[in-house]
Design a binder for this molecule. Sequence first.
Ligand code: FE2
Ligand code: FE2
Length: 466
Amino acid sequence: MLDTIPNNVNLSENPKLQRALQHWLPNFLEWWKEMGPEGFQDERIYLRTAIGVGQGGWANFDYVKMPEYRWGIFLANPRPATTIGFGDHMGEKLWDQVPGEHRKELRRLIVTQGDTEPASVEQQRLLGHSAPSLVDLRNLFQVNVEEARHLWAMVYLLHSYFGADGRDEAEDMLERRSGHADRPRILDAFNKPIKDWLDLYCFTMFTDRDGKFQLASLAEGSFDPLARSTRFMLMEEAFHLSVGDTGIARVVRRTAELMKEGTEPAKVGAIPLEIIQKYINEWATASYDLFGGEDSSNAAAYFSTGVKGRFEESEEGKYPDHLALDAAYTAPVLENGKWSKREIPLRRAMNACLLDSYIEDCSKGLKRWNGILEEHGIGERLRLPSTHCNRAVGLYADHRFDVEGEPLDEAAWQRAKDKWFPTQADYDLVKRSMVPVLEPGKVANWLAPPRGVGGKPVDFQYVQFH
Ligand SMILES: [Fe+2]
Ligand SMILES: [Fe+2]
């Protein structure tokens, strides 16, 4: 079985890695059968498989049953730079082994990242039953198999560089379960249920996008095998983000069409704009928390040791100073009911810097969606909620803020929160729209048609039912 694993890490000449995988792989397949997409394991899906890192090598499309998917192990091509680009070790050679003194931090980063990958597969496992089109069904499964491959990418690092405790961590990733009371996944947003397809689009737009920024910051880092693994993952991640971004755009477009012709969306099984906004608020704010505290000693340690940089740290001219020793980050904080400014030493504020880059990226999506509203002559606009709102982590977690970021007291929050976040009635309404449409070329009534993928037309038979 091992000889069919696509890879560029010399698996066939690495008996140690072979032994580790021989043990892990059957457990992984067990996990996939138990927690992977329910009800579609025997269907043939038109999926892309990564078989190499060169141009086109990562996008081979063919029909495959998901349990037979060829999950592979890939490192992106070496970076132009051969030295560490920031932090205390700036200018030293990149690490091709884990230095003993940074072993714990690196293991924690890899495990935390790795854990999110199977978690998202678990969160999404029931959605196939209510797919709004065959393209969407296929795209869901593409995301699922690639998240599983991302787990492989992190497990490869644990097996290759972290000895016995790495192997234990790799097993534990197959033991935890999203939303489980006793053995949940590590991060909160990955324990939230993804109940419907609007959740899925918001998750892939906002939560996968946190993934993009975490991976991108690791791709700048000093531990070269991790940086090159995450660089390759980012190529797949781009597709997941497009599923979210274009998914929400299609929902907005359908709702706008109906509003323009004077039809109330909810009356015809489509989704009112206010509910789309509430879902955005829910998933965006949960995803903000994934960045961690704005003032963080862990973030400072990751930057100092060089394992995690800022977004595009190595891009020419983007950051004038890669030591970040003297500068500060100014954050507004609420103290005794009054706003003041807190100066956070820049290294401690690296999570806040990454969150800022993320917000900038999300805003582009909002702009596109609002363009659709404008195109249809609709006056309302969708907004990204403030990074102060609904936080469980960081500077704003101890106080209530509205979606614009203004403080309010607990009573006012309780009165208003159903205006901003989905209620059970909203979830019920969305659920009623979730009727499966599996005929090629057809699409559910609550969103605009998708585009074809893999060079195929939209009415292609993306899934062959047995
Ligand atoms: Fe991923
Ligand atoms: Fe993803």
